[in-house]
Design a protein around this ligand. Sequence first.
Ligand code: FAD
Length: 309
Amino acid sequence: MALLDRAIVRLLPAVPKPVVRRISERYIAGEELVDACRTVKRANETGKLATIDVLGEEITRPDEARAIACEYEDVFTTIERQGLDSNVSVKLTGLGLKLGHEPCRENLELVVRRAAESANFVRIDMEDSSCTNDTLRLYRDVRAGGRENVGVVLQAALRRTVGDVEALSDLQPNVRLCKGIYVEPPGVAFQGFDEVRENYVRALDRLLGAGCYVGIATHDEWLVREALRLLKRHGRDREEYEFQMLLGVRESMGDALVRRGHRLRIYVPYGRQWYAYSMRRLQENPKIAGYIASDTVSRFLPGRNGRSS
Ligand SMILES: Cc1cc2nc3c(=O)[nH]c(=O)nc-3n(C[C@H](O)[C@H](O)[C@H](O)COP(=O)(O)OP(=O)(O)OC[C@H]3O[C@@H](n4cnc5c(N)ncnc54)[C@H](O)[C@@H]3O)c2cc1C
């Protein structure tokens, strides 16, 4: 399967852009904020929350990072004006992480401050392992500045994650827990599917035990069942956690969680950089290409509906 996934990724540059656009439509709200708002409104109408992500490509200049921070200011203004139930997710490389700690901290603080003015919340996405220390340090800096309306992401694939849960415990962090999308070396990350699942359960157990609000971000049915079991064991009320899923992925599973009264937040990315973003994500993790290919094929097979997978 891994071979097939890699073959799909190698073929990608030859796929005409309009075809990639058609396929990515399902996972990316569109190019403009108005597209994201339309998607969020639809999610809200079906009882789901959202988190909006402004897609940014590799930032090479401080003014590009500042422009992304300013775009988030527009996002909050629009969320407020339209009465949408959505927070935002930011990638620190988009806010200048690779340009230095200070410029990135300034941009992050700008976004978090603007969020606070709207009583809203900022989730800091986690990127590849070269960013983990800097991301956690910036999270700590912002919290030290008195901001509570900010949360971070931890990746179950990383060997360090349970240690990070413990190291952050003094902050009682609001954490999105995911498997981790980046392909990492064996010294840094568990390579086995089951090992990652086990570490996810371990980290979730610790987070719940520490009284943290957790965004349980997964489409893995087995993990959702384990999470429900842990939530019950820790006696968690419905407003003390949420499930999170990516736009367009396993929607019927999300609908079932909502019907059972759980909070579900949908990750809604938008931006003019959708093509570069999609290509980069697929090249970084060929497994995703495999998921999308099988989902796309299944939608065209009689009697199957990819949206219900
Ligand atoms: C809300 C949210 C936010 C995330 N934020 C981050 C982050 O900040 N940093 C980070 O490293 N990773 C992030 N991820 C990605 C995450 O780490 C995983 O790579 C991804 O969710 C797949 O893992 P899984 O738990 O769904 O399990 P898997 O076993 O990988 O997937 C279960 C099934 O879900 C479907 N599926 C999963 N992902 C996709 C996809 N992309 N496209 C189509 N079908 C798919 C497939 O049918 C698959 O069989 C996020 C995920 C979610 C849901």
